[in-house]
Design a binder for this molecule. Structure first.
Ligand code: ATP
Length: 278
């Protein structure tokens, strides 16, 4: 059974059509990367899945049932969320923020117990932030705050995590920590991830590590292509969606074998054609 299905969904802001007839199905142990230009509607789609916005048409099924049939805490036991940015309003400690991921397990009027604390501390360790657990969240950098949001989602221990550009603020090491953590959890626990990302190479990263990976390429109010990264992240598709000239290259790395990557070369507006400026 699919964990999550979006079926023939459409969304508009008043008269501005954002997307229509979008469908996607997420099974256990799968990573789905939603990729597309700025403003194409990736966050809007995730907000609809999370119930922050409502589709104009279409349906969401969670574990085979219409999502409207679930209570909020039941959804929170299935789906965690890593937002693109998070307002740092109150100086909660980092551990308190991560413990908020336990709320659907502890209940509204109960305090987190020792087990919740241990799970939250494990989640912080996974993203390499244990040393910050007692620091006020308001004092963290953008990248550190992003890692705390990821730890909060991991502490929620759901079968599915929705991530909106989870590595946007991260340096190379922390980006790799996040990717490695996702690979480990998908392999070890069957976690599924849906992520909006501006880094198509992430999809190749997951596929290169043997993860069941899908790319949905969003453009012109729809998914113009969906499938395995090898079939979707082609030079032709990248040119058509981004108006750029890009090369897809394969490098042999001893530890992991063939590593596929995209190298963006130039914009078509800059008269790049086949790698030659004309
Ligand atoms: N509240 C709103 N009212 C009207 N239009 C909106 C609103 N929020 C977003 N939009 C527009 O909807 C479109 C889709 O926005 P969205 O944030 O979903 O794109 P995105 O693909 O996530 O972009 P990015 O990659 O830049 O994060 C954009 O053109 C945006 O300007």
């Amino acid at each position: 059974m699919h964990l999550l299905e979006v079926i023939d969904a459409s969304f508009s802001y008043k008269s501005a059509k954002i997307f229509e007839h979008i469908s996607i199905s997420i099974g256990p142990g799968e990573v789905h990367c939603i990729i597309g230009p700025n403003g194409c509607g990736k966050t809007t789609l995730l907000d609809c899945i999370l119930g922050i916005l409502k589709f104009n048409a279409g349906e969401i099924k969670l574990m085979g049932r219409n999502i409207n049939q679930y209570r909020i805490w039941e959804i929170a036991n299935q789906m965690a969320y890593v937002p693109q940015s998070h307002a740092k309003t109150f100086p909660y400690t980092v551990l308190d923020i991560v413990l908020m991921g336990r709320a659907s397990h502890t209940g509204m009027f109960s305090s987190p117990d020792m087990e919740d604390r241990a799970i939250a501390e494990d989640a912080l360790a996974m993203v390499g932030l244990s040393r910050y657990k007692d620091r006020p969240y308001t004092q963290l950098s953008g990248g550190e705050g992003q890692l705390v949001m990821i730890a909060r989602a991991l502490a929620q221990q759901t079968p599915l995590i929705i991530m909106d550009e989870p590595t946007a603020h991260l340096d190379f090491k922390h980006e790799l920590i996040v990717l490695e953590t996702i690979v480990r959890l998908v392999r070890d626990t069957g976690l599924s991830v849906v992520m909006a990302t501006h880094f198509p190479n992430h999809a190749f990263y997951f596929a290169n590590h043997g993860i069941n990976t899908f790319v949905a390429l969003m453009s012109n109010h729809s998914f113009m292509a969906k499938g395995h990264p090898d079939n979707i992240l082609t030079e032709e598709n990248l040119q058509s969606v981004y108006n750029i000239y890009a090369k897809v290259v394969t490098q042999h790395i001893d530890e992991i074998g063939e590593l596929k990557q995209i190298i963006p070369v130039g914009t078509l507006a800059n008269n790049f054609q086949g790698g030659q400026t004309v």
